[in-house]
Unconditional design. Structure first.
Lengths: 252, 252
DNA sequence: TGTCCAGATTGGCCTGACCAGCTAAGGGAT
DNA sequence: ATCCCTTAGCTGGTCAGGCCAATCTGGACA
């Protein structure tokens, strides 16, 4: 049992992570989730917390609970079927993030508060800790890091844009599985790169912040490309080479 | 207690009952509910059950939980309308557009096709014609101009982001009325600025395209600020000065 | 009169336990 | 060998009690 970690109730984090995994197809529709007891162990939380998370999923219509049997996935996407249901490829998504979040960071640099900087520092520490313990939850801190920067711009349109990108990421099965693979292949969550972004924000330098953010996302993009290459070496070597060219010529 | 239909988890009954009492006004908006422990006793259930019920209410937007303080009623009826309806201020919106569409233009510069360039040329001509005839400047050509550039990035996430910004613009009453006023005040649709963007795209120069787009939107932002100043000169001079400072110090 | 601090209150979470459905493995009857 | 039926072991549902941190509140003190 570890650390209270700032923001939000615990069950929310668990619910969000589970929801993501369902969207990613890690748990197929109709499939049974691990038992509450197993989940509790996996997430290093207590069973009541897992229960609360499952209730949240249930109210979102993602999941159905059958007494004595288990909880089953009933849908992959939060119901509400809103119009913006695009499915974006992982590379497109990262390219867009590099462009947009780069500007988000630049804007934030000029306006970020000391409190927000402190919160960012805490999130980096959290990522580091989770990374060391190899816990399942590590995506959450990353997301909060990037969203907090967007919030620091004090521009709700920018926040909405960044939010949209992360939502798309959560909904994209391709992206999820690819990033899972990259993660399994030993790609660590890049603590140093996040630290570099934080440093630039501390200095209130828009240019440095933009560059740090773009560098970070460029590296993520490249490591994903590398992972893809290893995986599909035989079947699509040529296509991938073209893709690499396409997405790196547009690099800063 | 209440006679309830057999089936269903306990927390659902409690949640339903509480929800009813809130709707009935038994707990007014802003008021604090009894503590979890008290509720548990009142409903003759355990505290975890009460917690689960409260989480359900929270997810319905009926209630807000404040650590160490209590749970407070935030609404009388379950919210039906979904949250996607942000209302963004005109200045925020332009700031975000400057950041995001700037990058959109930069990306597009490297990838835009000759056909798309030709289509852009046609749109500029269209704007010019409408402007000359002093037509009610449908803004349609303007919108298509910017959207086409986003499309030229061949990045659906970028397209979605730009689309979202224009949608927000269309939905925002503030923005609409402000831009109408600015237009009435003699602000012309800036043919030359659009032409400059087109020129940079023709040259396939990401840097030039970014700069041209940012310059364009910066000028729009400034003319809107000016229009605002003229209009509200007496009532809010101080506030506007602050706003100007805020939104111009973040310029590139 | 105003300030400040300690105790009471409240939500957040955990541990451990018992009950009641559900499921599937194993044993007996045919 | 096949089929049915019992039963043990899962799973969710709920409870009880406890510790912690954030918050609030009522004096005591300056």
């Amino acid at each position: 049992m570890i650390a209270k970690t700032e923001a939000g109730r615990l069950y929310e984090k668990v619910a969000q992570d589970l929801s993501q995994k369902i969207a990613a197809g890690q748990y197929a529709v109709g499939q049974r989730l691990p038992s509450e007891r197993d989940l509790a162990q996996a997430y290093e939380v207590s069973r009541p917390t897992i229960r609360e998370a499952i209730i949240a999923l249930e109210l979102d219509g993602l999941v159905e609970v059958r007494l004595g049997s288990g909880v089953y996935v009933t849908a992959r996407l939060p119901r509400g079927g809103q119009a913006g249901e695009m499915d974006v490829g992982p590379f497109e998504l990262l390219e867009a993030r590099r462009a947009i979040e780069g500007e988000s960071a630049a804007l934030a640099a000029a306006l970020i508060s000391d409190e927000e900087l402190e919160e960012l520092r805490r999130l980096v520490a959290e990522m580091q800790a989770e990374n060391a313990r190899n816990v399942v939850m590590s995506e959450d801190a990353d997301r909060r890091f990037h969203m907090l920067i967007a919030t620091a711009t004090q521009n709700s349109a920018m926040v909405a844009a960044v939010q949209m990108l992360w939502d798309a990421r959560a909904r994209s099965p391709q992206t999820q599985s690819l990033s899972a693979k990259a993660h399994a292949a030993g790609v660590t969550p890049r603590i140093d790169e996040h630290a570099a972004i934080l440093k630039a924000l501390r200095e209130r330098s828009p240019e440095a912040a933009r560059r740090a953010m773009r560098d970070h996302l460029t590296r993520v993009l490249e490591s994903l490309l590398a992972a893809t290459e290893v995986q599909e070496l035989e079947q699509a070597r040529a296509r991938i080479a073209a893709e690499r060219k396409r997405y790196t010529t547009t690099a800063r």
